[in-house]
Design a binder for this molecule. Structure first.
Ligand code: ZN
Length: 178
């Protein structure tokens, strides 16, 4: 950030009074521009025959790799509503019955990824502008070497470990820098 988004004057990067880490400060209007982690919310959709839905990414990053439907949470929505919205936007699936499955911090990228296990009401799904392919995979035929993101791999592995649990344990933790 070079200029204040409130008044347009140059900002400086310094520790404000009564704070302990540097922020972008505007000396003209007094604004402090806090920057905090972003939340990515998504789902692991399970079809009526227990197959798992994955989307092939049509956009960067990780173009062409498989992922679970997920995206940035929007202002004014809940985490679970965002996950269901992303599932509709990326796979045309009207998922329901969300159950929290994983919450993984990525301090390297200033993100938190949250995934819910959801049920698909039927076998309806489709490609979208964000997904060049949407397919159902048998659990013993998941494309492990073509998964887009480490949080998706961790969430799929965790799902397989707890899928017999009526209320699954939640995977928590962090993915540290490589
Ligand atoms: Zn300002």
């Amino acid at each position: 950030m070079n200029f204040c988004s409130h008044c347009g004057q140059p900002v400086r990067f310094a520790i404000p009074d009564m704070d302990n880490r540097p922020r972008y400060l505007c000396d003209h209007c007094g604004s402090i521009h806090y920057q905090n982690p972003r939340l990515i919310t998504g789902t692991l959709p399970v079809a009526p025959d227990d197959r798992i839905l994955l989307c092939r990414r049509a956009i960067e990053p990780r173009l062409g790799y498989w992922t679970l439907p997920a995206g940035f949470m929007e202002n004014g929505e809940t985490v679970v509503a965002g996950a269901l919205r992303e599932t509709l936007e990326e796979a045309q699936v009207k998922a329901h019955n969300p159950v929290l499955l994983s919450m993984i911090s990525l301090p390297e990228f200033d993100q938190v990824h949250i995934f819910y296990r959801v049920d698909m009401p039927d076998f309806h799904y489709d490609v979208t502008p964000e997904s060049s392919a949407v397919e159902l995979f048998e659990i013993d035929a998941l494309p492990w070497d073509q998964i887009a993101f480490r949080t998706v791999t961790a969430t799929l592995e965790h799902f397989l470990a707890v899928r017999d649990q009526e209320v699954p344990a939640v995977l928590t933790g962090a993915i540290e820098p490589r």
